[in-house]
Design a protein around this ligand. Structure first.
Ligand code: ADP
Ligand code: ZN
Ligand code: MG
Length: 482
């Protein structure tokens, strides 16, 4: 396909997120994953005639959280609406969603790609229920069956629709990454893509650079990883560009990404909103969110990743990159902060958390939440280094033992007699012994070969099993030899 720079991609994402509530959106059935088929169901989520939905308060609360975290305006009154369509795993014949009066709108997400900051508009965040799942089994016509599992029917979702503000697959990737991080921070969802807790559809069009009008878009579905999203977008951008350059026209349609071929394939022409015959659900009262409720939710929100990153660079003097790594998850950022607080040295806390600790966790296949070394213990270890009680080199050994045993650093240092020797007279004694034992090197040093100093330091370290304070040793050596 032709590579060209005269065309510009335009992308908008529609992201579905499953909320981390205990129960479903309109009934008391468990909102779980992995239960045997059709066991978490009741008349409401089975869509039996006459069963009445009751909106789950926790669902609304998490959706408000998401809206606020994405800088949206929360509507004082929003409405649940029926979106009518037929599907075997949608027994009611309609989805309960929100249409022209969504819970939240007019928000944004800030992203940064290749050093360039961009603000991506969030059109709306609305509530809806999930459908069940169809399971296809068998390969031959004679034994091919489709089963329907309705455990997921009525699972609570929010849909987050972006403005068509994204201009490359990299920006789309960065937007989804930031979105996921924010939603995890505020504990709205686990965003576990493998469990389908985060699902993304991408709308793509291309237009000549400088053109104001948007081109005709295609909607790409089945993007169940961040990598697939990027690859599907790159394919689709190239396909549309190529098509237009050859004099063709993009048709508005829904396309499926096929990870095996790396291509998108036309699935059906796109439905329009009027096909769904939306109307307010008469079984559900308008959703009223008082100012008092909204502000209570806001007050209960944790610090968001962007604010945390800014604080880590500003208050702690961390490098941009380090702040980014350390805020990747809330658990990691909290671990780092606790370590920094205990030792009073944020930079070395950052180095240790990103270096030795991250390395050890990775080697052990553990997450930060499962770290055998607690943040307080790591902080205590660094305090011993800061106070000069153990050397940086010994600290690494002590750390390895802490990681194995989960013990406090002081206990290990005490038991193994690893304390750094800073006592002047004790060190002077060792230095004198080393000098006396190496007269030839002393002569070389006095003759102008200053590099021999390193040899003496090494000998003193050897004699003290690495416990001598290197700065003090250097100083004593210089004064003795001077
Ligand atoms: P539809 O009615 O087809 O669902 P919407 O206007 O609701 O379309 O937009 C759905 C998503 O598609 C949004 O994320 C929006 O930003 C994006 N979008 C709309 N028009 C375009 C376009 N021409 N090119 C790329 N994305 C678009
Ligand atoms: Zn139910
Ligand atoms: Mg739409």
């Amino acid at each position: 396909m032709t590579a060209t720079t005269s065309y510009e991609p335009v992308i908008g994402l529609e992201v579905h997120v499953q909320l981390s509530t205990r129960t479903k959106i309109f009934c008391g059935c468990p909102n779980g994953f992995g239960a045997p088929p059709n066991t978490n169901v009741c008349p409401v989520c089975l869509g039996l005639p006459g069963a009445l939905p009751v909106l789950n308060r926790q669902v609304v609360e998490l959706a408000i959280r998401a809206g606020l975290a994405l800088n949206c305006r929360i509507r004082p009154v929003s409405r649940l609406a029926r979106k009518n369509y037929f599907y075997p795993d949608l027994p009611r014949g309609y989805q309960i969603s929100q249409y022209d009066e969504p819970l939240a709108e007019h928000g944004w997400v800030d992203i940064r790609v290749n050093g360039k900051a961009r603000r991506i508009g969030v059109t709306r965040v609305h509530l809806e229920d999930d459908a069940g799942k169809s399971l296809h089994e068998g390969f031959h016509d004679s034994d091919r069956y489709t089963y329907v599992d309705l455990n997921r029917s009525g699972a609570p979702l929010i849909e987050i629709v972006s403005e068509p503000d994204l201009r490359s697959s990299e920006e789309a990737y960065a937007y989804l990454t930031e979105l996921k991080q924010i939603l995890q921070y505020v504990e709205v969802s686990t965003c576990d893509m493998e469990k389908g807790h985060l699902r993304c559809d991408a709308n793509v069009s291309v237009r000549l650079r400088g053109e104001e009008k948007l081109g005709t878009k295609a909607e790409v579905k089945n993007l169940n990883s961040f990598r697939f999203l990027k690859m599907a977008l790159d394919y689709e951008i190239a396909r549309q560009t190529d098509l237009i350059e050859k004099g063709g026209k993009v048709t508005q349609e829904t396309r499926l990404y096929d990870p095996d071929s790396g291509e998108t394939v036309g699935m059906r022409s796109k439905e329009h909103a009027h096909d769904y015959r939306y109307f307010p659900d008469p079984d559900l009262a308008p959703l009223v969110v008082s100012e008092e409720w909204r502000e209570r939710v806001r007050a209960g929100m944790p610090e968001l990743p962007a604010v945390k990153r800014a604080r880590f660079t500003g208050e702690f003097g961390l490098r941009e990159y380090d702040a980014e790594v350390l805020t990747q998850s809330r658990a990691l950022s909290e671990y780092f902060e606790e370590t920094a607080r205990v030792c009073g040295d944020p930079r070395s806390a950052a180095n240790w958390v990103m270096g030795d600790l991250a390395g050890a966790l990775k080697a052990a296949g553990k997450e930060i939440e499962e770290s055998p070394v607690t943040a307080v213990h790591l902080g205590e270890l660094l305090t011993l280094v800061v106070k000069g009680e153990i050397s940086g080199k010994l600290a690494k050994e002590v750390f390895a033992r802490m990681f194995e045993s989960g013990e406090a650093p002081a206990a290990i240092v005490e038991r193994e007699g690893l304390k750094q020797i800073s006592d002047r007279s004790a060190l002077e004694k060792v230095v004198d012994e080393v000098l006396a034992a190496n007269p030839r090197q002393v002569e070389q040093y006095r003759g102008g070969k200053s590099t021999v100093l390193g040899f003496f330091v090494g000998q003193v370290m050897k004699a003290t099993r690495g416990q001598a304070n290197p700065a003090a040793v250097n100083e004593i050596l210089k004064s003795r030899l001077g």
